[in-house]
Design a protein around this ligand. Structure first.
Ligand SMILES: [Zn+2]
Length: 458
């Protein structure tokens, strides 16, 4: 592989502890659809054993050990394993899970004895995808906007403002149902960690509501009160920044881990973005930035200056921006669904990788500019149109996303990692780009629990 990512960096220490939030503590959440009885599988079962009639079965993790065997190709993301490449590919592999953790990986023939075994029949296994950038708390529909754009017509309705109006008008129950639906949709496509943001409320109450609902579905919650200046503050953006850094931040911080800002002409300039992110940091939120999406701007340099976990989009970069990213812990998160859905120029992944920057891939799932929840689709775009290799794409969609969330427990399949893994109805992870648009996900495990198994044989 040329221009490999940098998987061998030592794990960074966890973020410093935040002040105790006033709201509920983060906790692991699992889709609550169709609970099945506790796992009663026999000791050895094929992966094609159907789960309950619906897609999800919420079997409890146990301390019994389970070996997943006959894995044609296992992506570990540990270069000390397997073929020694950055993705640490092991052929004819096995994974042993105990409780919610991976406790052993290696060649199938060397697997230790376990309480249970599951024959994966020559499928490939990859770490569960880490989607580190999405906007799932919304209501309304922007089909007409997309249709107009793809038909070459100007669309003059409100864009983000359309979604803001619909989201403010929606009930808690409707917003909750939408988030649950899209988290489940992503899970069916192999995503086991989902970051999501506010940003379509833009009032104190609506932003706090969005984050409270998001926090019921994921631990990776981002406060994006600074998405745009809403129409009700159009005449006084400074007053809106004061709100975002004041009462709105106070109401939102208990539900969020991250703070984000759309740093772009027409949204928030560099000085405003710095003030917003520093205010969030003072409340224990860590920065990430929508940076350099539509034009060159100060977003990337600000991200590096503030040690943001991620600079997201990175479509328009100067040489100085690329150099700054390459010499920082800030991940360049590329979101090709946005360029696909707006017919915009692709971000230059090859340039970033060759310079030594850490690159993540994510969906940017939102109803306006990138309405896909599919990490495999984004990987296929990255390989086909952004000149990433298939190995780089799988690394960026798993380990890269984990870096962008400053997590060391996910994005890899090595002893001690959380047992989040996606089983493919394919013999290699390369099929994720080689067979674009094909539903290759066979089963998904999160925290040692099998959440999805579709019963499809190779
Ligand atoms: Zn976004």
């Amino acid at each position: 592989m040329t221009g490999p990512p940098r998987p061998a960096d030592p794990p960074r220490p966890p973020d410093p502890p935040r002040p105790a939030p006033a709201g509920p503590p983060p906790k692991e959440r699992i889709p609550t659809m169709a609970k099945s009885p506790p796992n009663s599988r026999p000791n050895t079962t094929p992966d094609s054993t159907p789960d309950t009639a619906t897609t999800f079965s919420d079997t409890a993790a146990t301390t019994a050990s389970t070996a997943l065997t006959h894995i044609a190709a296992l992506v570990t993301n540990d270069p000390s394993l397997g073929d020694g490449s950055p993705i640490g590919l092991i052929q004819d592999a096995a994974v042993v899970i105990e409780g919610d953790r991976v406790v052993w990986v290696g060649e199938s023939s060397k697997a230790p004895p376990t309480d249970n075994a599951l024959d994966l029949g020559g499928r490939a296994v990859v770490p569960g995808f880490v989607d580190s950038h999405s906007h799932l708390v919304f209501a309304g529909d922007r089909t007409a906007e997309f249709n107009a754009r793809m038909s070459g017509r100007a669309y003059t309705a409100g864009g983000i403002r359309t979604t803001v109006a619909a989201t403010r008008a929606a009930s808690d129950a409707d917003l909750t149902a939408n988030v649950a639906r899209y988290v489940a949709e992503a899970l069916r496509q192999g995503t086991t960690t989902q970051e999501t943001k506010s940003g379509y409320g833009l009032t104190v109450e609506d932003e706090a509501r969005a984050l409270r609902i998001a926090s019921d579905h994921t631990d990776e919650v981002t406060y994006l009160g600074a998405h745009i200046v809403p129409p009700d503050h159009a005449d006084d953006p400074a007053a809106y920044v004061a709100l975002v850094t004041g009462d709105m931040l106070d109401a939102c911080a208990p539900y969020a881990r991250w703070i984000d800002v759309f740093c772009e002409t027409g949204a928030f300039d560099g000085d405003q973005a710095r003030a917003i992110l520093l205010a969030g940091r003072a409340k224990g939120l860590h920065p990430r930035i929508h940076a350099n999406q539509l034009s060159h701007g100060p977003g990337v340099q600000l991200a590096v200056e503030l040690d943001a976990a991620s600079a997201d989009h990175c479509t328009h970069l100067t040489d100085a921006d690329v150099d700054a990213l390459a010499h920082s812990d800030t991940v360049a998160t590329l979101l090709p669904g946005a360029e696909f859905s707006t017919r915009a120029p692709w971000p230059d992944a090859r340039r970033l990788l060759d310079a030594g920057a850490t690159v993540a891939l994510s969906t940017d799932c939102n109803p306006g500019s990138s309405f896909t929840s599919s990490m495999p689709f984004c990987m296929a775009l990255a390989v086909r149109d952004m000149r990433m290799t298939p190995d780089e794409a799988i690394w960026s969609a798993t380990a890269g996303g984990a870096r962008a969330l400053r997590r060391t427990d996910i994005g890899r399949l090595t002893p001690g990692a959380r047992a989040d893994l996606t089983v493919l109805d394919a013999p290699s992870h390369v099929h994720l780009a080689y067979r674009p648009g094909v539903p290759l996900v066979s089963s998904v495990w999160r925290g040692g629990v099998r959440l999805l198994g579709n019963g499809v044989r190779l």
